[in-house]
Design a protein around this ligand. Sequence first.
Ligand code: FAD
Length: 390
Amino acid sequence: MHSLGAKSYLTDDEIELQRMARRFMENEVAAATPEMEATGMLSMELMREMGRLGLLGTFFPEKYGGGGFTITSRAIVSEEMARINAGLDISIFADIVLFARAIARHGTEEQKQKYLEPVLRGEKIGSMAITEPKGGSDALSARSQARRDGDDYIVNGHKIFITNSPVADFILVIARTDGKDREINGGTWFILERGVDGLSTSKPFEKLGMKSSPTGEVFIDNVRVPAENILGEVNRGFYYLMESLDVERVLEGASNIGIAQACLDAAAKYAQERVVFGKRISQYQLIQEKIAEMATGIELSRTMLYRLMRAVEREEVVTCEAAMLKLYSSRMAVQASSDAIQIFGGNGYMEEYPVARYYRDAKHHEIGAGTTEIQKIIIAREILKQYGSA
Ligand SMILES: Cc1cc2nc3c(=O)[nH]c(=O)nc-3n(C[C@H](O)[C@H](O)[C@H](O)COP(=O)(O)OP(=O)(O)OC[C@H]3O[C@@H](n4cnc5c(N)ncnc54)[C@H](O)[C@@H]3O)c2cc1C
């Protein structure tokens, strides 16, 4: 399936993980997908099974139930998962990369035991709430506020488009505790547990795609948060957010590659079966061009993804390259899904075939975790810095 042998960029243990993940996705996740797409809900049975097999916590310390791999393992699992169900993949992205990784990086020992371990076992679901109705691109202008009251904080706010929030057991919320609007200093993360007074979530939104993943609103109305539910240092929250964005963007590349690979797998097979004007359509050069473009985009994105994952492992700063990968691979996946539909003709427009879902799902990655426009702004800013100030 992959033109470049995985051996050129993965270790033997990672190849083994990739094989195991692929088997699980092609069997269990594929079987559960129609129901998750129809109900818009995660399958908790599937989550627990992934927890049991170690597919959720691959890169976390074994002490907390993780697999002890490097973070590259998340890219491997994500690529395989998004190839079968990109909606499930963004839910696990929110659960594992956004929520659990933040707890692992900034949490106390008690917080890790209480929140990280059940999430890695697939028994509890986490989510991370940054975006507000007034806008997501400008995260520093978050209006949610928290004020101190004795040893506690009282948090108020409204978050929107939050992956997993309709079902999440734990919601990590950022609110301003100090500083002026748009100041990087003065944001704090609070770990809110479902059931606390004043916390409620909406029902899932009806969405264009990523239907297996529930997305909703979070309403925070005078929620009293004890000191032990503050994540990391007070007022450092926006710094933590900015520090984690690069890795999140690199990892979104894996999801784009998974979607595009699914498009190529489906389209190449279909093109070799479909006969029009007495010939298989794979023999027509206009169809071959689409296959060639898809395969090239996938290969370029995958090569960059694993190069950046190794750089992330070495803790190198990859701000510009992460934005480039997100920009390029999300556009590539949208184009691949459009071309796949074209190759399928009328069948491509029908829900009976999976390419319509790939098309809807791919569009998300030009918006979530920073839009295409924001990636271009970051790339231009970083490049212009190299030539003096922008
Ligand atoms: C399915 C889904 C799941 C999501 N999950 C989460 C989640 O789990 N947690 C979370 O916090 N958020 C989540 N989001 C929110 C997502 O991160 C935001 O939608 C995204 O950051 C864009 O913010 P916005 O929607 O407010 O758009 P806006 O910020 O209002 O932007 C609107 C348009 O203006 C453009 N724009 C903005 N600023 C500029 C500029 N300076 N120059 C040029 N153009 C500009 C944008 O690129 C965009 O095209 C999710 C979104 C979706 C769709």
